[in-house]
Design a binder for this molecule. Structure first.
Ligand SMILES: NC(=O)c1ccc[n+]([C@@H]2O[C@H](COP(=O)([O-])OP(=O)(O)OC[C@H]3O[C@@H](n4cnc5c(N)ncnc54)[C@H](O)[C@@H]3O)[C@@H](O)[C@H]2O)c1
Length: 371
């Protein structure tokens, strides 16, 4: 008989792709999702979820619903979360409640109904600033962003002599620096999984995901997914708005590669007890990505608007070292970035997307979280 995987938050962007990858591998897939307004805009059925997926509408914080969802489950992939760095800095109770209390309730139920393996979605955000080196080649693990000293000052963290530090790939061994409420809650999710799973005879794995992109991103959610936010602006004939100077570097990984990583984390005998960075292995500046997306969407005339403002909790550079996932899990990101952007552009062209970016920015400004 097919094994059953429960995916919490499985109706969301990543969850739908993970569900598809697992169906293809012969699993029975069950999803528990509360279809939050910010992501699903009031719908309680997920476009893009395969009809073979069993859907339970419910909140991870509701123990009765969770207990029902766990009946007969062999594994859990825990994705349910509030997802947005900027928003987490003022919707503190909501983020801590869903992400941390939600994970606590999940494990409380797992004590009664254990499964074989639990894979949790952690995040690059737990690192805070990524790993850097000085221009002299010395490693800097605990770079901190000081406020800019002048209008022309560097956005980059600097060394003791005031010289900008150079970002280098961040391995899993880098100490976490939790710079936002979101990061803090993701770290708690990760640690609860890696602490409690083995204590109750289960296997726990955490994937630290970088910037995931691809068709199916929540275009009208202005709080998360930088590419979706840019796409939604461009789709509405407006230029993408970029914080700072646009030179902050990230790794954009296609959602199909991420779905494959979850399947590997679920099945690989070396994975239990481990954390893995999941990215594409390539990094780009945010401005470059906005420009490439505008070209893919045939609106290159909409040049990115560089705001020169910084959001509280944002980090400057963080790029992954994915060697561990490659060597231990056989993870091998396949999707080419320009093909991925073309595919995203094609998908966006068929969508309706409300541009709520200015609203989201006002929310932050009102609270002094953009400076
Ligand atoms: N997208 C990224 O770039 C990225 C990067 C790092 C980590 N992650 C993590 O991956 C996971 C999935 O992210 P995503 O991009 O698919 O986000 P998403 O917002 O599209 O999906 C999250 C899903 O969780 C559901 N949900 C929220 N609160 C819930 C609750 N209380 N009970 C049940 N369901 C609830 C939402 O309805 C949604 O369907 C999250 O844990 C996120 O923190 C995402």
């Amino acid at each position: 008989m097919a094994e059953t995987v429960l995916i919490t938050g499985g109706a969301g962007f990543i969850g739908r792709h993970v569900a598809q990858a697992l169906l293809q591998r012969g699993y029975h897939v069950r999803v528990l999702d509360s279809f939050i307004e910010q992501v699903h805009g009031g719908r309680t059925s997920a476009d893009g979820l395969d009809p073979q997926v069993e859907i339970i509408v419910g909140d991870v914080r509701d123990e009765m619903g969770l207990s029902r969802a766990l009946k007969g489950a062999d594994h859990v992939i825990h994705l349910a979360a509030e997802v947005g760095v900027g928003q987490s800095m003022y919707a503190v109770d909501r983020y801590v409640s869903v992400n941390d209390y939600g994970t606590a309730v999940l494990f409380q139920q797992l004590i009664e109904q254990p499964v074989r393996r639990v894979v949790v979605a952690s995040s690059m955000s737990i690192y805070g600033e990524g790993l850097y080196r000085t221009v002299d080649g010395e490693l800097v693990e605990d770079a901190i962003r000081a406020p800019r000293r002048s209008e022309n000052g560097s956005w980059d963290p600097v060394d003791a002599q005031g010289r900008p530090l150079v970002p280098i790939p961040t391995p899993e061994s880098k100490r976490p620096t939790l710079a936002s409420v979101y990061a803090l809650t993701k770290y708690v999710q990760e640690r609860l999984t890696l602490t409690l799973a083995p204590a109750y005879g289960m296997e726990g794995v955490a994937l630290r995901l970088w910037n995931v992109y691809g068709p199916g991103q929540a275009l009208s959610n202005p709080y998360t997914g930088v590419l979706a936010i840019f796409a939604s602006r461009l789709h509405n004939g407006k230029p993408p708005m970029i914080f700072e100077d646009g030179q902050q570097r990230r790794d954009f990984v296609h959602v199909e590669d991420v779905a494959e990583a979850f399947a590997l984390a679920l099945e690989h005998p070396r994975a239990p007890g481990q954390v893995y960075n999941i990215g594409s292995g390539e990094h780009r500046s945010v401005e470059e990505v906005a420009t490439l997306l505008a070209a893919a969407m045939n609106c290159s005339e909409l040049k990115p608007e560089v705001t020169g403002k910084m959001r509280a909790g944002d980090i400057r550079h963080c790029i992954p070292d994915i060697a561990k996932a490659r060597s231990e899990l056989g993870f091998s990101p396949r999707r080419d970035f320009s093909d991925g952007l073309a595919e995203l552009a094609e998908w966006v062209a068929q969508q309706e997307a409300k541009d709520r970016v200015s609203e989201a920015r006002k929310e932050l400004e009102m609270r002094g979280l953009v400076a």
